[in-house]
Design a protein around this ligand. Structure first.
Ligand code: ZN
Length: 149
């Protein structure tokens, strides 16, 4: 393992022009992942943890493993919520776009916008990753880049 001192944008393993992303993603995935959109609350299929759904939630853009199903909890917010992210899989960026400081969560591998993280989550982490369902591929589904495409 080498540590490189480069900006995150230079370390992206998956880089594509918008036209390519647009072709590879659904309109909603593109709006969320590439344009930092936010889906309507309670619109996603995985707002609530589903018993029996075990494994990794992956990035809808590049297939990187992001969130373990065991960290998902029911936050009541209307978005899939996780108390932890896979080590090194996500980046945090300061986001002032709504006039209040928030912490944006990005996929480290492709830079896709996932959602935001807040400090009011459950123990032991105290973190609440509030993630757009459209940005995720649930466990058991074929993720982009997994060879199916
Ligand atoms: Zn990604």
């Amino acid at each position: 393992m080498r540590f490189r001192r480069r900006s995150p944008a230079e370390e992206r393993e998956v880089v594509k022009p918008d036209a390519a992303w647009r072709a590879d993603l659904t309109a909603e995935q593109f709006r969320v992942l590439r344009k930092k959109g936010t889906e309507a609350p309670f619109s996603g299929k995985h707002v609530h943890p589903q018993p029996g759904l075990r494994g990794m939630f992956c990035c809808g853009g590049c297939g990187a493993e992001l969130f373990d199903s065991t960290t998902q909890f029911d936050s009541g917010t209307g978005w899939p919520s996780f108390s932890d992210a896979d080590a090194g899989a996500v980046e945090r960026h300061r986001d002032l776009s709504m006039g209040i400081p928030r912490t944006e969560v990005l996929c480290r591998r492709c830079g896709g916008h996932l959602g935001h993280v807040f400090g009011d989550g459950p123990a032991p982490t105290g973190q609440r990753y509030c993630i757009n369902d459209a940005a995720l591929v649930p466990p058991g589904s074929s993720a982009p880049g997994s060879g199916a495409a």
